[in-house]
Design a protein around this ligand. Structure first.
Ligand code: SF4
Length: 445
């Protein structure tokens, strides 16, 4: 992978200094506050249906402060003229960003924008936050919903792809619209939240299906909901006796760490056991503010896991991924999954060869303890579910020995226990040597 230092440095723009100090109290607004808006979220209200371009902006006073998550939400960079004010290089109609954001909305919190060091694609934060024309270049094998989530929605707002698990789409709003999002078809197209009557139907469905023991609250980002609205989503799920575990998927600790308040943690801790999965992709996202947010969640008793996505030019480098995993462990976040990019329209430019992911996994093994190594998975198209993809350490399987290799390439012949079953029961296996898929060599016995 190209790194910051060896990428093309032409056409770069320095970031205005006012955005470089993420810890400063009350920095100047990055944009005119007149351009921003707040969408009221309520379980009792009908979904707010306005798109970013359809809502008239209401004048607001810049009374908030940098460490207030509501201020960060209100002052998200949502429009191209706001973006161009920060990154003048983007003020070029030939890059057709207006077509991109018309299809895939843009939002960047001032906090996350402050992490950008260079205004070009050599910067991983820039890549994940700023739209680019490549999002409109789709090979024909991509689809908007390759995981067939919408085909697995027994009631609106609830996706069920596995017998024991279900996922609730609590909102379509995120504080930032990640350019690599797997739910680009939904995220930000309507900044709304689940209605109360939908939650009632979801509760009824869960009660009627006691085999579902694990419910994931996702979206969009559930932590963009006001605390009382989030409680109105979580509480009815917790009331279903057969639901043992609730998981919340959020990118707030990464892009809006100010959201992790004591008020939020204290509300959620009433509904334990709750696990929180977050989504750090690059070590540059592991800021002191992000560490504070994770510490607040961990201290409140939420086990933390991280789901990264392997992104070309962002983190498809073994040393970057190792640094990320180590940093996550220091923040009490366990690296959980490393996802291969889904076959989703609009993100092809981020996709890496599977072999790259295997190379990274090979590198991590032996350099980081098992606690810090995520499982590399492909979420199979056509709703096939998650498939773990591993470097092949089993070279061959024989009746008496299995040939293994370690991460340094050392071959080991592992003796199997003696099979004491009668010969007739063993006949089908005797003498057979099954080469494991992708076996590097014949057994050395
Ligand atoms: S926060 Fe999650 S759901 Fe929202 S845009 Fe980013 S990846 Fe998608």
């Amino acid at each position: 992978m190209a790194t910051d230092s060896n990428r093309d440095s032409r056409n770069t723009t320095s970031i205005p200094p006012r955005l470089l100090n993420g810890d400063e109290e009350d920095p100047p607004l990055p944009t005119s506050p007149k351009l921003n808006r707040t969408v009221q979220l309520s379980l009792r209200a009908e979904p707010a249906t306005a798109t970013p371009t359809a809502v008239k902006s209401a004048p607001e006073k810049p009374t908030g402060c940098w460490n207030d998550w509501r201020w960060q939400m209100r002052n998200r960079i949502r429009r191209l003229d706001q973006l161009a004010a920060l990154f003048p290089r983007l003020n070029d109609p030939s890059n057709r960003l207006s077509d991109v954001v018309a299809k895939y909305p843009m939002a960047i919190t001032p906090y996350y924008a402050s992490l950008i060091r260079r205004a070009d694609e050599s910067d991983p934060i820039f890549q994940m936050a700023v739209p680019r024309f490549d999002e409109l270049s789709d090979p024909p094998f991509l689809s908007a919903d390759p995981l067939l989530e919408e085909a697995h929605m027994p009631v609106p707002g609830l996706i069920r792809r596995y017998p024991d698990r279900a996922l609730v789409l609590a909102t379509a709003t995120c504080s930032m619209y990640c350019r690599h999002c797997t739910r680009k078809r939904v995220a930000g197209t309507h900044e709304n939240t689940i209605a109360g009557r939908q939650m009632a139907r979801i509760g009824a469905y869960l009660r009627a299906h006691p085999e579902i023991s694990d419910v994931i609250v996702s979206g969009g980002d559930p932590f963009t909901l006001r605390t009382e609205v989030l409680e109105a989503v979580v509480a009815p799920i917790r009331q279903v006796r057969s639901v043992e575990v609730i998981r919340i998927g959020t990118r707030a600790p990464v892009v809006l760490p100010q959201r992790i308040t004591d008020e939020l943690a204290n509300m959620l801790r009433q509904y334990h056991p709750i696990w929180v999965n977050t989504h750090f992709n690059h070590p540059r996202e592991l800021t002191p503010k992000a560490a504070d947010a994770c510490a607040r969640l961990a201290d409140a008793g939420f086990p933390l896991g991280n789901q990264s996505v392997l992104l070309r030019g962002v983190n498809d480098d073994p040393t970057i991924m190792a640094e990320l995993c180590r940093g996550l462990l220091r923040m009490r976040v366990r690296p959980y999954y490393l996802f291969q990019c889904d076959l989703v329209r609009g993100i092809e430019h981020f996709r890496t060869p599977l072999a790259r992911g295997l190379e990274i996994m090979e590198y991590l093994r032996g350099r980081i303890g098992g606690l810090g190594i995520p499982t590399f998975v492909v979420d199979a198209p056509h709703g096939g579910g998650k498939i773990p993809v591993l470097p092949n350490y089993v070279v061959s399987v024989g009746p008496t020995h299995t040939a293994l290799r370690n991460d340094c390439g050392m071959m080991v012949s592992y003796p199997e226990p003696r099979d004491k079953r009668p010969a007739s029961a063993r006949a089908t296996r005797r003498g057979s040597v099954v080469a494991a898929p992708g076996a590097a060599s014949k057994p050395s016995e």
